[in-house]
Design a protein around this ligand. Structure first.
Ligand code: ADP
Ligand code: MG
Length: 340
């Protein structure tokens, strides 16, 4: 592992902000830590960078304990959440900042800056003023600045956080492509699931300073570890249930669950795709209380007639009922996950 955290613990204001975190990042791997605001993501990056001392545990880079190693000797790059550029320097001056700190001669520096700006899609921008750049351009300059000293580990704190949605979606694809081309090892943190899933080889979900789940984007998406992770990923159909064999007793009645599911008192997730609309009078009687056009499908909110929490369903445009319509609902075991 290029980076290992072993039971890393940080206390701030009398409580653990990082709580015995074990985490490894292999060379060339892109790991994204995903968690709500306040879950300890920035603190995690700051302790790896050497900007936040640990109260317990260890940070190892290439197997070497970093206790006592100052930030500038760790060989890691950190792009901060607010990625403040130096407003009085031009684009080139910003990108060259770390290179100057490392004492690189001017000619070599200028060559590198030119290459880096091409790399991040801003060719020839070296003499431009920072103030005249768009949000997306500033983000690219911040990225070039972080990449310039060729850190063995690049850390990004909410790299696309302040950009609008369409720009974010485009940049995240570019970043992924860039990292795979350069073979960069990356530890990024974000509160945005879409960003994490698009960027990462592996996603680590954090809650209150602890790791709630770690896995490939597909693994985490398919099998959230618990109700917290499921809800954080945006799934709403999460209810307490009692499982016996391949059936679950739930507030929505008896539902089928996959073979081999955990038994007994559990929490149960039904993905929207597993909520199948059938004729009114069949299955669970519901009424459509909201209907949102999503481009490729319609998201429905359904209220069961006889009580129980509302249901979130996804349905093709052509078949979508109107708000106020009565409908029946059946459940697909294949889209149902019994949470651990
Ligand atoms: P995230 O980046 O996931 O939003 P942070 O790592 O910034 O989370 O913060 C985690 C928690 O630590 C938050 O609840 C925050 O209020 C608290 N915290 C951060 N810095 C300090 C500090 N200097 N003193 C006390 N609490 C702090
Ligand atoms: Mg943060």
């Amino acid at each position: 592992m290029l980076l290992s955290l072993e039971e890393a613990t940080v206390r701030l204001g009398g409580r653990p902000v990082l709580d015995t975190v074990d985490l490894g990042v292999a060379e060339h791997e892109v790991v994204c830590v995903l968690g709500p605001s306040g879950s300890g993501k920035s603190t995690l990056l700051r302790s790896v960078a050497g900007l936040q001392p640990l109260d317990g545990g260890r940070v190892l880079l290439d197997g070497r304990d970093q206790a006592g190693v100052p930030a500038h000797r760790r060989g890691v790059g950190l792009m901060f959440q607010d990625h403040q550029l130096f407003p009085q320097r031009d684009v080139g001056g910003n990108v060259a900042f770390g290179l100057r700190m490392h004492g690189m001669p001017k000619g070599e520096r200028e060559l590198q800056v030119r290459e880096l700006l091409e790399l991040v899609g801003l060719p020839g921008a070296a003499r431009r003023a920072v103030a005249g750049l768009s949000g997306g351009e500033q983000q690219r300059v911040a990225l070039a600045r972080a990449l310039a000293p060729r850190p063995r580990l690049l850390m990004l704190d909410e790299p696309l956080g302040q950009l609008d949605r369409s720009l974010r979606e485009r940049l995240v694809v570019e970043l992924r492509e860039l990292f795979s081309r350069l073979g960069t090892t990356v530890l990024a943190v974000t509160h945005d699931q879409g960003e994490a899933f698009a960027l990462a080889d592996r996603v680590v979900v954090m809650r209150d300073g602890r790791i709630a789940q770690s896995g490939t984007p597909l693994e985490v998406w398919r099998r959230p570890a618990d109700a917290f992770v499921a809800r954080f990923l945006g799934f709403e159909n999460v209810v307490p249930a009692s499982v016996t064999g391949v059936a679950a007793d739930t507030p929505w009645g008896k539902l089928p669950v996959p073979e081999g599911s955990p038994q007994g008192a559990v929490e149960l997730l039904v993905r929207p795709a597993g909520v199948r609309l059938v004729a009114a009078g069949e299955g669970l009687a519901c009424r459509v209380t909201a209907r949102t056009f999503k481009g490729t499908h319609v998201a429905l909110r359904l209220q069961p007639r006889d009580g129980g929490p509302h249901l979130e369903a996804a349905c093709p445009l052509r078949e979508a009922p109107e708000t106020g319509d009565a409908t029946g609902v059946e459940f697909d075991a294949a889209e149902t996950v019994v949470l651990g």
